[in-house]
Ligand binder design. Structure first.
Ligand SMILES: Nc1ncnc2c1ncn2[C@@H]1O[C@@H]2COP(=O)(O)O[C@H]3[C@@H](O)[C@H](n4cnc5c(N)ncnc54)O[C@@H]3COP(=O)(O)O[C@H]2[C@H]1O
Ligand SMILES: Nc1ncnc2c1ncn2[C@@H]1O[C@@H]2COP(=O)(O)O[C@H]3[C@@H](O)[C@H](n4cnc5c(N)ncnc54)O[C@@H]3COP(=O)(O)O[C@H]2[C@H]1O
Lengths: 141, 141
């Protein structure tokens, strides 16, 4: 592996910090989550609990799949089902101190990674865009 | 700019070929487009006309934004509005013969690029995932 300053970058220096990350809570109805997703424009965002611990992610696809009935999208179910029922839990997360290659490896299959500490506190997200920007910079040096 | 074999790769060698790309037609109702998007799992896909010429892209966000009324998502409008009414036309596209750096530059702000020829024929798409895979390979050599 090449010895590059790029590779020394940590998830902390790459991430969008938690206060800038749109998110929803476990107990929100899907209606609220879908509204946040549509107005923010994001396809998927992190889910936190009432103590701001990271729990997983939720996306438009999971919500729309949930309400897709045999004949139509059953919009009334949006107020009956909560984020917790549709939550995607098994998604990769990294630590603030993890390095660039760990982040790169994980965004190969995921548009973004969550940065979480040992206690489960949510620190931020590392996006494919940030990884690509850094690689683009490096390739032009 | 570094002199690398990676940089000689063309959009053609990077792309998912058109026959493997989910797409919809200009005249489809939004209901059909949303169903294709939800069942395929993709957030946005290309739009072609009846002669398979590339016209733009359509995504879940554009569709959901279109039917979001003051009080609720107005699902009945899905059968009244067509893809053409909600089409995103101003998206970057590249040629089969364009090189890696052109593709990289364009995926900095877009999850995928459309590969289109001079006559407007749709050849395929270049995804961020493919660009990241190639960069990951190169960085580990
Ligand atoms: N409001 C906006 N302004 C400018 N560009 C926008 C944008 N919304 C989306 N994009 C562009 O579209 C890409 C895909 O967004 P998506 O929402 O599917 O996928 C996003 C979304 O699921 C999540 N994400 C990014 N920023 C977020 C934030 N501030 N809060 C919550 N989730 C975020 O990370 C994924 C990858 O983001 P990434 O930046 O690599 O890639 C983004 C970015 O290049
Ligand atoms: N069925 C599936 N199997 C495995 N992984 C999946 C998947 N669906 C989504 N993903 C993963 O999620 C990423 C974002 O998908 P999204 O649908 O938002 O965004 C996608 C979608 O809008 C479009 N796309 C990719 N492949 C497509 C295809 N065969 N037909 C139409 N559109 C496609 O290009 C965007 C970027 O794709 P990319 O591969 O970089 O990134 C994909 C991929 O890493």
């Amino acid at each position: 592996i090449k010895d590059l300053p790029l590779l020394q970058m940590t998830a902390e220096s790459l991430m969008v910090s938690s206060e800038k990350v749109a998110h929803v809570q476990l107990n929100n109805p899907l209606e609220h989550a879908l509204l946040i997703l549509v107005t923010s424009g994001y396809s998927a965002i992190p889910v936190l609990d009432t103590r701001y611990k990271f729990k997983g992610i939720i996306g438009k696809n999971a919500i729309l799949n949930e309400i897709l009935g045999l004949e139509r999208f059953e919009m009334e179910r949006l107020s009956e089902v909560t984020v917790e029922d549709v939550l995607m839990r098994d998604i990769p997360s990294v630590n603030k101190s993890d390095h660039f290659l760990t982040c790169l490896k994980n965004v190969l299959d995921h548009p973004f990674l969550c940065v979480v500490d040992q206690e489960g506190n949510f620190d931020g997200i590392v996006t494919r865009r940030e990884i690509l920007k850094q690689l683009n910079k490096y390739i032009h040096v």
